[in-house]
Design a protein around this ligand. Structure first.
Ligand code: FAD
Length: 401
C-alpha cells in the first residue's frame, strides 16, 4: 500500500483538527473565522462523517424521531477551512502526521485532538456482543430499527446516568407497549437536588419505567442481564449507556493520558507531554479548581473556542491564557413534553433552583438546538463564541503548573 501524503502548500502554519463534534467544530470555526484573511494559517478538519452527529439527540434518533441533516462541509463554506472525511487510524507525534483510513497521511504543525468519547462497552462481558449503544448516529439507527420491530417485550437500559434516564424516558414514551427497565449503581438524577430528583423519578414512574438503582450489571447475555448477586433480568433489548471510554489513539501515539485514556492538558489545553497538541472536549482531561472536568457539550464548545484562541496567541509569540469553565446547568429530557433542568454551581453541584415540565422541555430543546446557530454566527463574528461562565473561585487552580 502506498501512502498518499498531503503536506499542504507553502509556508502556512498547518492546524489539523481531529473530530468534528461539539468541541472540534467550535475550534475549527473559531480559528478559521479569525485567520480567514491572513493566508498564513491553514485549518483542516477531519471527521468520520460529513453529517454532523447531534449526540444530544441520539436518544431521539434511537426512537425513530427525525433530526436535521446538518452538513459539516456546508457549515465550513466561506471560512477557508478544509474538510477531510475519513477515519483517523494513527497519530505520529515525531513526524507530526496523522494517518487517515490507513492510506492518507496529513501533516500538521499544530494538532487539535477532539475525537470525543463513547460508552464503556469493555467494562462488562457480553456488552459488545449483545448490547446496543448510542455511540453514533449509525448505532442509534440500528437500535431504532430493532425497537420499531419489537411490538412488545422488555428493554433494559443499563446505566442510570443522564443518557440512561433520557433514553429510558424516550423509549417508554414512544413505545408504551414496551416494558422499560432502567438499571444502575446510583439512583437516577443522583447529582440533582432532592426536589428535582423526586420530579425526575415521578416522571419516569408516570412513563411506566421500572427503576432499579443500587444494582451492578455484571454480564449481558443474549436475552437478559446478570446482576451482582446472581439475579438475572430478562431483556429483549439491552441499551448500554454506562461509563465512558475514549479512543485508544492518543495513548497509542504516546501522548500523556489519564486512567481513562483522555489527553492530560495544561491550563491552556495543551498536552502536558506534547505542547504542539491541544486537546478538547470529552477526549481531554482538563483540570479546574474543582477537579478534572467531566465531558459535556456545555463545556466542550468552550474548550474548542479556547484552543483556537490559544493557538493564535502562541503563533503571535504570546502566552496562551488558562482555560476556565464553570458549569451552569444540567438539562435532562423526559420524553418530548417534559424535562427537568437543574441549575448548578460552577463545580456542577446542584443549586436550589430547577425547572420542570413544558418550560423545562422548551429550555432543553433551545439548548440542544443552539450549537448550529452559534457556529453560523461565529463564522462572521468569532468573538460571539467566546462567552461562557468562567466559574470564579471554583475554577481557580492553585497548584503551580
Ligand atoms: C443521548 C445523549 C444526550 C446528551 N445530552 C447532553 C446534554 O444535554 N448536555 C450536555 O452538555 N451534554 C450532553 N451529552 C454529552 C455530549 O454529547 C458530549 O459531551 C459531547 O458530544 C462531547 O463533544 P466532543 O466534541 O468532545 O465529542 P463528540 O461530540 O462525540 O464528537 C467527536 C467526533 O469525532 C468523530 N470521531 C471519533 N473518532 C474518530 C476517528 N478515529 N476518526 C474520525 N473521526 C472520529 C466522531 O464521529 C464525532 O463526530 C449527551 C450525550 C448523549 C449520548
Amino acid at each position: 500500500m502506498s501512502d498518499h501524503h498531503e503536506a499542504g502548500a507553502g509556508t502556512a502554519h498547518r492546524v489539523l483538527i481531529l473530530g468534528a463534534g461539539y468541541a472540534g467544530l467550535s475550534a475549527a470555526i473559531q480559528l478559521a473565522a479569525r485567520v480567514r484573511r491572513r493566508g498564513d494559517v491553514e485549518v483542516t478538519l477531519v471527521n468520520a462523517q460529513e453529517r454532523f452527529t447531534e449526540r444530544l439527540r441520539l436518544h431521539m434518533t434511537a426512537t425513530g424521531r427525525p433530526t436535521a441533516e446538518l452538513s459539516i462541509p456546508e457549515l465550513l463554506e466561506g471560512t477557508g477551512a478544509r474538510f477531510v472525511r475519513g477515519w483517523v487510524t494513527a497519530v505520529d507525534l515525531e513526524a507530526r502526521t496523522v494517518r487517515i483510513d490507513d492510506e492518507r497521511v496529513l501533516s500538521y504543525d499544530t494538532l487539535v485532538y477532539g475525537l470525543g468519547g463513547v460508552a464503556d462497552t469493555a467494562a462488562v462481558p457480553g456488552v459488545e456482543g449483545h448490547a446496543y449503544t448510542l455511540d453514533g448516529a449509525q448505532n442509534a439507527e440500528v437500535l431504532a430499527g430493532r425497537l420499531e420491530g419489537l411490538g412488545g417485550g422488555t428493554v433494559v437500559v443499563a446505566g442510570s446516568g443522564l443518557t440512561g434516564v433520557e433514553s429510558a424516558a424516550e423509549i417508554a414514551e414512544r413505545y408504551p407497549e414496551l416494558n422499560v427497565v432502567l438499571l444502575g449503581r446510583r439512583e437516577p438524577g443522583a447529582s440533582m437536588n432532592p426536589k428535582a430528583r423526586a420530579y425526575l423519578r415521578s416522571a419516569l414512574d408516570r412513563l411506566g419505567v421500572t427503576v432499579r438503582g443500587g444494582v451492578e450489571v455484571t454480564k449481558v447475555l443474549p436475552d437478559a442481564v446478570e446482576l451482582a448477586g446472581g439475579e438475572t433480568v430478562p431483556a429483549d433489548v439491552v441499551l448500554w449507556t454506562s461509563g465512558t471510554r475514549v479512543s485508544p489513539l492518543a495513548a497509542a501515539a504516546g501522548l500523556t493520558v489519564d486512567e481513562r485514556g483522555r489527553v492530560v492538558t495544561d491550563a491552556a489545553l495543551r498536552s502536558v507531554s506534547h505542547p504542539e497538541v491541544f486537546a478538547v472536549g470529552d477526549a481531554a482531561a482538563i483540570r479546574q479548581g474543582y477537579g478534572v472536568m467531566h465531558g459535556t457539550c456545555q463545556s466542550g464548545m468552550p474548550t474548542g473556542v479556547h484552543a483556537a484562541v490559544s493557538i493564535l496567541r502562541v503563533l503571535k509569540g504570546r502566552r496562551p491564557r488558562p482555560f476556565r469553565f464553570g458549569y451552569y446547568h444540567t438539562p435532562v429530557s423526559l420524553g418530548r413534553k417534559d424535562a427537568v433542568v437543574q441549575f448548578t454551581r460552577p463545580d456542577d453541584s446542584p443549586r436550589r433552583f430547577y425547572l420542570t415540565g413544558r418550560l423545562a422541555a422548551r429550555y432543553k430543546e433551545t439548548v440542544t438546538a443552539s450549537p448550529w446557530p452559534t457556529w453560523t454566527r461565529m463564522k462572521k463574528m468569532p468573538a460571539s463564541g467566546a462567552f461562557w461562565p468562567r466559574g470564579g473561585r471554583f475554577t481557580r487552580v492553585r497548584e503551580a503548573r
